[in-house]
Ligand binder design. Structure first.
Ligand SMILES: Nc1ncnc2c1ncn2[C@@H]1O[C@H](COP(=O)(O)OP(=O)(O)OP(=O)(O)O)[C@@H](O)[C@H]1O
Ligand SMILES: [Mg+2]
Length: 263
């Protein structure tokens, strides 16, 4: 792989269920350690697109490449975090986080599990089962489980939508810290969200999907330097215009594909 080969490339992707086209003409590229946020109205195909990147759904047209190689089936280098946690109810917090490492037959499991329990504030709950945890704690276990295997690609489908606003801010902050941790400097991520401020806080780039079938109607680079906090983004001079463009694309009845640059 050459250094300019994108980590993930989507080229003219279309996905259909039976005769119904769900997304069409999607072309995107991500380089290593890019964090791309996808926003779009309900039903425009965000989860479908993410599942296709994970190799879980076949494409009707186009292709999706990982390091220049077509993704045709689930790949152990990718981890997906679902909206509704997807924890194993019969395993403890520790067992859930450890799961991917034991599948990989890794011997150095203890250190990784301890580090993630600590980072995620779950050390005291290692022996608890998911039903004994709050929604935010379950989501943290989901994130820790996905990160434990140090995936090259992390796919997050509305990871914080099922928790309250305060927990969401805390989880966003933890994700930002993890993202900046050198341990994860090679991870590339796609995060689906309904929340524009979350996309601006977390994303290097934001893509808005609109219409039926869903297409890219706006693509922007976030011009706010990292590290970012919710306060940094709200007081940054580019924030009002960036947010307004995203909002208009999200709510507009018809917007042509645009690429905007705020630098
Ligand atoms: N397995 C499936 N079989 C048939 N249709 C499906 C399947 N999965 C999704 N769809 C349809 O594809 C369309 C897009 O669904 P998808 O879940 O990707 O939307 P979304 O953008 O993630 O929505 P939301 O924001 O509500 O999560 C919907 O009309 C949905 O009914
Ligand atoms: Mg969805």
């Amino acid at each position: 792989m050459s250094s300019c080969t994108p980590k993930i490339l989507l080229n003219q992707v279309a996905i259909a269920f039976g005769k119904r086209l769900v997304v069409q003409d999607i072309s995107l590229s991500l380089h290593e350690h890019d964090l791309l946020c996808i926003v779009g109205s309900s039903g425009c195909g965000k989860t479908t697109l993410l599942r296709a990147v994970a190799g879980l759904i076949p494409l009707r047209c186009g292709h999706i490449l990982l390091d220049g190689v077509a993704i045709t089936s689930p790949n152990p280098q990718m981890a997906m975090i679902f909206q509704h946690f997807g924890l194993f109810p019969w395993k403890t917090v520790r067992g859930n986080i450890e799961y991917g490492l034991s599948v990989q037959g890794r011997r150095d499991r203890d250190g990784t599990v301890m580090r993630l329990l600590k980072v995620m504030g779950l050390s005291e709950y290692a022996q608890c089962y998911p039903y004994e945890l709050s929604g935010g704690m379950q989501q943290r276990v989901g994130i820790a489980r996905a990160l434990a295997v140090q995936p090259e690609v992390l796919l997050l489908d509305e990871p914080f939508s099922a928790v309250d606003a305060i927990t969401r801010e805390m989880l966003q902050d933890q994700l930002v810290q993890l993202w900046e941790d050198p341990q994860h400097c090679k991870t590339t991520a796609i995060l689906v969200t309904h929340d524009l401020d979350e996309a601006i806080l977390l994303g290097d780039r934001i893509v808005v999907l609109c219409g039926t079938p869903g297409r890219v109607c706006l693509e922007v680079d976030v011009p706010i330097p990292r590290p970012r906090t919710p306060q940094d983004i709200r007081f940054h001079p580019a924030y009002p215009q960036l947010r307004r463009h995203l909002w208009e694309a999200l709510h507009g009845s018809h917007v042509e594909h645009q690429v905007r640059n705020y630098n």
